[in-house]
Design a protein. Structure first.
Length: 251
């Protein structure tokens, strides 16, 4: 379902298959990024939207896929379209896991980048997104409860890898404490215990600019007044995620 009439139209298909059948209809497509975690409140939607806008502003043909029943990513895309900001994002929402799988398989070759925002719990849509994705970005706050909860998503990553080869799983410390923080460094060290995940060598600090930009349908560099530190962090993250060279910490 396309949420705004300004978005490029992506027709819904009404033929569904079981998720386990999706691999049989795989086509050649460019990079698919899922932003996911079974833990809520870690900033997944904000990151997914800002990454999609950053890639679009860099000249990429981007499709933002909202697989979260809350629909916040598609709301941000609608706000952007209503404001007439260019480039306008193609954005579709699929609450049903089967529809998500079939549509992304069939529509993704039309785009250069696909960014999927997945809800913050273990759902069939999250599991399908992991099978679809080339890379999964897993944001986590530097807090004990968030680190402990990573076992669930790490297990799902390993399960997805048993179905398909080559899934990159990148853990990101998001909403980090500013400055030198024992919580930040302890969280980064704790992440090393999860063999299924690679820890990115960039952290996003808890900054108002990230949430404010997404709430107004803006990219981080479109916000006025701007936040150069936030822009630098986001741009570094985008470079890491979409670059297959070594970009993880050695812990």
């Amino acid at each position: 379902m396309v949420y705004h009439h300004h978005f490029p139209i992506i027709n819904q298909l009404h033929t569904y298959r079981l998720p386990c059948d999706l691999m049989a209809i795989q086509e050649v497509f460019t990079l698919i990024l899922a932003v996911a975690n079974t833990k809520g409140g870690v900033g997944k939607t904000t990151l997914a939207f800002l990454i999609a806008v950053a890639r679009a502003r860099a000249g990429r043909d981007v499709w933002l896929v909202d697989a979260d029943p809350q629909g916040s990513a598609s709301t941000a895309a609608t706000v952007r379209a209503d404001a007439g900001r260019e480039p306008i994002l193609a954005c579709s929402a699929y609450a049903d896991a089967r529809a998500l799988g079939i549509q992304v398989r069939r529509q993704s070759p039309k785009f250069e980048d696909v960014v999927i925002d997945v809800g913050g719990r273990d759902t069939e849509a999250l599991r399908v997104a992991l099978v679809l994705a080339d890379t999964v970005l897993i944001p986590v706050q530097p807090r004990g409860l968030d680190i402990w909860a990573l076992g669930a998503i790490a297990g799902l990553v390993e399960g997805a890898r048993a179905t398909r080869d080559g899934l990159r799983a990148l853990a990101l410390i998001n909403l980090a404490d500013p400055g030198i923080s024992a919580d930040n460094s302890d969280a980064a060290a704790a992440l090393a215990d999860f063999d299924a995940l690679d820890v990115l060598d960039v952290q996003l600090v808890r900054r108002k600019a990230f949430a404010a930009a997404a709430a107004h349908g803006m990219g981080i560099e479109e916000l006025s007044p701007g936040d150069p530190k936030a822009a630098q962090e986001l741009n570094t993250l985008v470079s890491r995620v979409f670059n297959h060279q070594s970009n993880v910490e050695t812990l």
